[in-house]
Ligand binder design. Sequence first.
Ligand code: SAM
Ligand code: SF4
Length: 297
Amino acid sequence: MNKRIIDSFGRQHTYLRISLTDRCNLRCFYCMPENGVELIEKPNIMTMDEIVAISKTFAELGVDTIRLTGGEPLIRKDFEELVRELARLGINLKLTTNGILLDRFFDLFREVGLNKVNISLDSLDKAKSLFINKRDYYDRIMTNIQKATDLNLNVKLNIVLIKGVNDSEIPDFIELTKSKNITVKFIEFMPFKGNHWDWSKGVSRDTIIRTVESHFGTIIPLPNPKHSTSLNYKVYGHAGSFGIISTITHPFCSECNRIRLTADGKMKYCLFANAETDLLTPFRKGRPIDEIIREAI
Ligand code: SAM
Ligand code: SF4
């Protein structure tokens, strides 16, 4: 039996994003309402053993990369043990975090070889960060970003651009790539439940490119890795690079091979899909989930 997961468009699915929790220590206005969100009840959140076992099944089906995300993945009490267990699966582990607790785990990352970390940083200005994130952790985040780059972790900064809020900082972010081999990734503002999305607040890929060119001159397109969700560029002469995730103006659906697993064990094939397949319930009932995964995809 062919054990890989291949969808009806012939795409092999090798990349899984797991939300370790729906809880977060920030309240970025584009992501979560400030006064609380409807949270998944604790007993319905996957335990460490469940995450490891479900990940193992995905690995057996050809998934070779797992990105840990959330909510904020680092607030899970068992994060360290969980990462150690996942590392034993022999898959490529990556992390997306807001960076607040990052310094607690540098030793762990070195030990298990996790060296690709995406850190959300929507502004280089403290007051503006507070306005966007609604919590005052700016200094801590900046210190941890500095430590991460000093330790030679492969750091990408994720920036959700909102018109009139942080779009004026595009050149400042690009400036960071001048002497440091760092990547900044601009993300188009996406609609999620309750985030008052309105594209008039969005900043398009074309606008970002025009802004960078008008400040820095020639930009060089970089080769995009297969199934990359961003278009990647570099300013001529800069050490680092920048990418744009243009989900709204230039969707990359035909190239996407990402599967998502929510903190309560539901598999989703698309950020915007309502359809999901519950893996946790059958798993808890002792049913094999590999066929459920393959059929759903
Ligand atoms: N808490 C971690 C963090 O912020 O990096 C991981 C989870 S967060 C949901 C993952 C990524 O989604 C972050 O880079 C965040 O900026 C991005 N994101 C959240 N809401 C978004 C939105 N409405 N539009 C575009 N990107 C968004
Ligand atoms: Fe939390 Fe990340 Fe959402 Fe910000 S983007 S509220 S840090 S989950």
